[in-house]
Ligand binder design. Structure first.
Ligand code: SF4
Ligand code: SF4
Length: 178
């Protein structure tokens, strides 16, 4: 059972509590209504991922899944398929037919970026992923792949035989016909 001294000491704290409430009651709220309202970010901030393209419109991703292997959160799913000269998505043999990142799992560590041999996946200082459903937080290629440069055809492309045999370096590709 509380002693009289305890009760008095607790009641003594009440004015301090009220004073704190009054002090903050008329302050402007600090809540930021993200994503409608955006705060300026540090130049080092890394937001969501983008899949990059080369200047000629081909995709840099070659579907090797090293990013998925490096991801500590198991957030990346990659399914590769074969390129052909009639339907080429990237230099080399393969491209990522399916590429998904579960943004609910991602911890934005950047290990995927470090592991990528072609600098295809890049965390950029742009918006943070947002969504109202679990499905909406799984970003597939339609959200991740950047558009082709202006005036350049996207993928797939029809390419001459022998021009894009190597998946990684050297780039631009060696044209054996010259
Ligand atoms: S940033 Fe880290 S956690 Fe997120 S997908 Fe890349 S490796 Fe996985
Ligand atoms: S993003 Fe890079 S590491 Fe990941 S599958 Fe594509 S090429 Fe490989």
């Amino acid at each position: 059972m509380s002693s009289v001294r305890d009760i008095i000491s607790r009641l003594g704290g009440m004015p301090m509590g009220f004073a704190t409430v009054l002090k903050t009651f008329f302050r402007k709220p600090v809540t930021v209504q993200y994503p409608e309202q955006k705060k300026p970010m540090s130049a080092r901030f890394r937001g969501r991922h983008h899949l990059k393209r080369y200047d000629d419109g081909l995709e840099k991703c070659i579907g090797c899944a090293l990013c998925a292997a490096a991801c500590p959160a198991d957030a990346i799913y990659v399914e590769a398929a074969e390129n052909t000269n009639e339907q080429r998505f990237s230099p080399g043999e393969r491209y990522s037919k399916t590429y998904e990142i579960n943004m609910l799992r991602c911890i934005f560590c950047g290990y995927c970026e470090d592991a990528c041999p072609t600098n295809a996946i890049v965390l950029e200082p742009i918006e943070f992923p947002t969504g109202y459903t679990r499905e909406g937080m799984i970003y597939a290629k339609d959200k991740l792949l950047e558009p082709a440069p202006a005036g350049v055809q996207g993928t797939p492309q029809v390419t001459p035989p022998g021009k894009y045999e190597r998946a990684i370096l050297p780039y631009p590709p060696i044209d054996a016909s010259v």
